[in-house]
Design a protein around this ligand. Structure first.
Ligand SMILES: Cc1cc2nc3c(=O)[nH]c(=O)nc-3n(C[C@H](O)[C@H](O)[C@H](O)COP(=O)(O)OP(=O)(O)OC[C@H]3O[C@@H](n4cnc5c(N)ncnc54)[C@H](O)[C@@H]3O)c2cc1C
Length: 418
């Protein structure tokens, strides 16, 4: 089916990626029918505050929304909330809503996000066990946290670590439980993750690390977490932060290829399904730099892939080649991380880990593949330039705080050229 200015474009999933795609379609002049279908009862909102300021009651609901209330109507975007899409039918360019209504489309964007990974362990059905994805989850968790005394956070990834920090800031007793040696160790490695272990410990979080949970105990309500090294952590509230799973169910049922996300090419069009696109947490997009499908569950990816998908839907070829980027705020430590390091040979630090003001670089074959700034600002551009440049670096120069980042590779390049 060819898209014409009067075609119907449908976006399934009214989160950040979907909302930014809709905004871009109108900004780029699309004047056909535009539907934005979301299963949640409210207009698109941002999730990062849900584990931070919003969970602590420091910001209100209105600050979360991607757009002002009148935005969708003003731009003739048919936002339908509480409207789950039940199935998609790429061969006939149709989809079906949970109500049974069928809608034809010329272009379809899947922006259905991700859902918290559930742990199939004994006791997970007890009262007092929480997950955190939606604003509603955050409201329920905040209300429960206000009554709780001992909180156990299961999982030391980003959401677990941030929520543990927030609940500690709210004055709760918090135990952070996970299999790694430090919070965030899987992404950052043990040395840099040690900064987060100390940060949480300094704020009075109890750390139960190097251990997996085997189940929960309780009688109706949760009373304890049991770990595989025989520990019992008493608690009256559990937050499970065990990662997220992309919401690929529509794509899978339609027979689209899915592997840790809906597989899409670098123009975010689904492999083998012309006219169907995917963006944000649900997508696994071919990345021209990494020559692999990347599934990125971060805010900036949804923010930027939505508009890129929109342009591609309009027939303007827009390959998505941005470096992955994310940020995290825990207590008074904010950080940003750029790049992608599946593995690395060494980590180079510039600055002071103990003072929590530093840059860290992950090197593979002498090249920077990822970089992080913590407690240091306005360096994302030069860090990303180092990664993009892909040139060998001298670790001593990289670590030298007196050498501007944009001069780090210069001398080595000159030296090796001599
Ligand atoms: C608590 C929390 C804190 C976070 N903090 C950070 C952070 O500090 N930094 C960072 O970089 N990233 C952070 N993230 C990640 C970031 O929020 C996500 O990457 C981003 O929300 C992804 O946007 P999305 O539009 O792809 O998906 P979502 O925001 O999940 O939106 C998808 C929407 O589609 C809806 N949907 C699903 N299936 C259907 C269907 N069949 N029909 C209709 N609608 C459907 C969902 O209900 C949802 O509303 C955080 C995430 C969470 C949950």
């Amino acid at each position: 089916m060819t898209a014409t200015p009067t075609s119907t474009f449908v976006i399934a999933g009214a989160g950040l990626a979907g909302a930014k795609a809709a905004e871009t379609l109108r900004a780029e002049g699309f004047d056909g029918r535009l539907l934005l279908l979301g299963e949640e009862p409210e207009r698109p909102y941002e999730r990062p505050p849900l584990s931070k300021a919003y969970l602590r009651g420091e910001t209100d609901r209105n600050s979360l929304y991607v757009h002002q209330e009148g935005f969708y109507a003003a731009h003739d975007i048919e936002l339908r909330t509480s409207t789950p899409v039940r199935s998609i039918h790429p061969a006939s360019h149709q989809l079906q809503l949970a109500t049974g209504e069928r809608i034809g489309y010329a272009r379809l964007l899947l922006a259905t996000g991700a859902a918290p990974r559930r742990l199939p362990l004994p006791g997970m059905e007890l009262d007092g066990v929480h997950y955190l994805r939606s604003r509603r989850d955050a409201d329920i968790l905040a209300a429960a946290a206000a009554r709780a005394e001992q909180v156990a956070v299961v999982g030391t990834g980003w959401i677990g670590s941030e929520a543990a920090a927030s609940m500690r800031q709210l004055g709760r007793e918090v135990t952070l439980i996970g299999p790694d040696t430090a919070p965030l160790a899987r992404v950052l490695g043990p040395e840099i993750a040690g900064v987060y272990r100390d940060l949480h410990a300094d704020h009075g979080v109890r750390l139960a690390l190097g251990t997996r949970i085997v189940g929960l105990r309780g009688n109706g309500r949760v009373e304890a977490v049991v770990t595989d090294d025989g520990r019992t952590v008493d608690c009256d509230l559990v937050l499970v932060g065990a990662g997220a799973v992309p919401r690929t169910e529509l794509a899978e049922a339609a027979g689209l290829p899915v592997r840790d996300g809906v597989l899409v090419n670098e123009q975010l069009e689904a492999v083998g399904a012309a006219g169907v696109y995917a963006a944000g947490d649900v997508a696994a997009a071919w990345h021209p730099r990494y020559q692999t499908y990347l599934h990125v569950e971060h805010w900036a990816n949804a923010l930027n892939q939505g508009p890129a998908a929109a342009r591609n839907m309009l027939g303007v070829p827009t390959p998505y080649a941005r470096l992955p980027y994310f940020y995290s705020d825990q207590y008074d430590l904010s950080m940003e991380y750029s790049g992608f390091a599946a593995d690395w040979d060494r980590v180079v630090v510039r600055g002071d880990l103990a003072a929590r003001e530093f840059l860290a670089f992950w090197l593979k074959d002498q090249r920077v593949v990822a970089g992080m700034n913590a407690g240091v600002w306005d360096v994302v551009e030069p860090i990303q330039a180092l990664i993009r440049g892909g040139r060998p670096v001298d670790p001593a120069r990289l670590a030298d705080p007196d050498l501007p980042l944009d001069q780090v590779t210069g001398e080595l390049a000159t030296t090796s050229a001599q």
